[in-house]
Design a protein around this ligand. Structure first.
Ligand SMILES: [Zn+2]
Ligand SMILES: [Zn+2]
Length: 391
């Protein structure tokens, strides 16, 4: 691994920052302490700080030279509602909350890059360091955009990075096009007519109707989606009734859908609604259907992905970069930033040794060994794109 000596020297400091953030995990839109820490560090590096986009979001701006090009580098700051089972000294001090997805590490890698770039100034243009809240569940990045992120802080392209457990330290993985899926959430309320369990002919049974809808929705994936495309329709909750001899008045179905192609996403929504309303009507009931597009598919644009690949190769060599990683049906709210600007979302390996476990596991921990590599990736990417030679 070719890591700059100045960044290697920061390793202990970065590790200390990471442990500090890990001990004090904060969840969606409550990243007060974390954003204070981030803002304080950025200011101490001489970087201009703006706070309050997406409630707790922080944007640092660093300009060098006379170039008018600008890039955005984004890290997420939020933790999970999860009880940590690790027993090391830097374990979570907050009951029921944990940095179980490594966003503590993401925050620190970007802070490390900010510190280095503010000192080395080996670029020409503007870097925006975007620290976003609430990546998990509620898409805080989207809220930052709605609050004016790219209007107030224009960028030509935007980049994100996530750690990837189960892969050897010193490797990266990325692909052009979709790398993660959309994640939409739906709710259908089937409104029938309740009654005695022994007299179904006097009722309109929403349980039977809901069951038919659940099965018919599965046909969307098997019969409506092009077999060469991918999609998931998962009904994750069925709620209705409260006792054994009463037909309830309504049943609620909730779940999630996934797709890589926005057209498939549109089709899933319209078919789900049509099926729910149609089947309910056919049985003399009613269906209310809501569909929430919470995470768009994360789609990497080709030129920006080439830059990301080139920066990673400079650090870990050609063999260390998987350039055609298989996309996954998980989702990421960096997708909303990629809908606004071209860019690339890359995975950095978190290690595959004994005891390494997947994100969202109560024994997970971000691997401090990769902090300098991640920070150096941001630095190389910035220096490549905002190269001084171009002017
Ligand atoms: Zn996560
Ligand atoms: Zn995550």
């Amino acid at each position: 691994m070719k890591i700059l000596p100045e960044i290697k020297e920061m390793h202990d400091e970065l590790t200390e920052w990471r442990h500090r953030i890990h001990q004090h995990p904060e969840t969606a839109f409550e990243e007060y302490r974390t954003s204070d820490f981030v803002a304080e560090k950025l200011e101490s590096f001489g970087i201009e700080v703006h706070r309050g986009l997406g409630k707790t979001g922080v944007v640092g701006t660093l300009t060098q030279g006379s170039g008018n090009r600008a890039i955005g580098l984004r890290a997420d700051m939020d933790a999970l509602d999860l009880q940590e089972l690790n027993e090391f000294d830097h374990r979570s001090q907050i009951d029921g909350k944990m940095h179980g997805c490594g966003h503590d590490g993401h925050t620190v890698m970007l802070l490390g890059a900010a510190k280095h770039l503010a000192q080395s100034k080996n670029f020409d243009g503007t870097v925006r360091f975007i620290f976003q809240p609430a990546e998990e569940n509620v898409a805080g990045g989207r809220v930052m955009i709605a609050d004016g992120l790219f209007d107030m802080f224009p960028v030509d392209s935007v980049y994100g990075m996530h750690n990837m457990p189960g892969h050897q330290v010193g490797t990266f993985a990325v692909c052009k096009g979709p790398i993660m899926a959309s994640a939409d959430f739906f709710e259908a309320r089937i409104i029938g007519n309740g009654g005695h369990g022994a007299f179904p002919h006097l009722a309109t049974d929403p349980v039977v109707i809901a069951s038919e809808i659940v099965l018919a929705w599965q046909n969307i994936v098997s019969r409506n989606v092009d077999p060469l495309q991918s999609a998931v329709v998962t009904v994750a909750q069925i709620n209705g009734g409260h006792t054994g001899n009463v037909i309830p008045a309504d049943v609620v179905l909730k779940g999630t859908t996934r797709a890589f192609d926005p057209q498939v996403q549109d089709m899933i929504e319209s078919r789900m609604r049509q099926i729910a309303v149609g089947i309910a009507e056919a049985h003399g009931a009613k269906a209310e259907f809501t569909y929430d597009r919470r995470y768009a598919p994360t789609i990497n644009t080709p030129d920006e992905t080439d830059e990301a690949i080139a920066a990673a190769i400079e650090l870990v060599g050609d063999a260390g970069v998987n350039k055609e990683v298989t996309p996954v049906m998980g989702a990421e709210d960096f997708s909303w930033m990629l809908k606004e600007r071209p860019g690339c979302y890359i995975m950095i390996a978190n290690g595959s040794g004994e005891g390494s476990c997947h994100v969202h596991n109560p024994n997970y921990d971000f691997n401090d060994e990769i902090l300098p590599l991640g920070a150096n990736y941001w630095v190389r990417l910035t220096e490549r794109i905002l190269t001084q030679d171009a002017n």
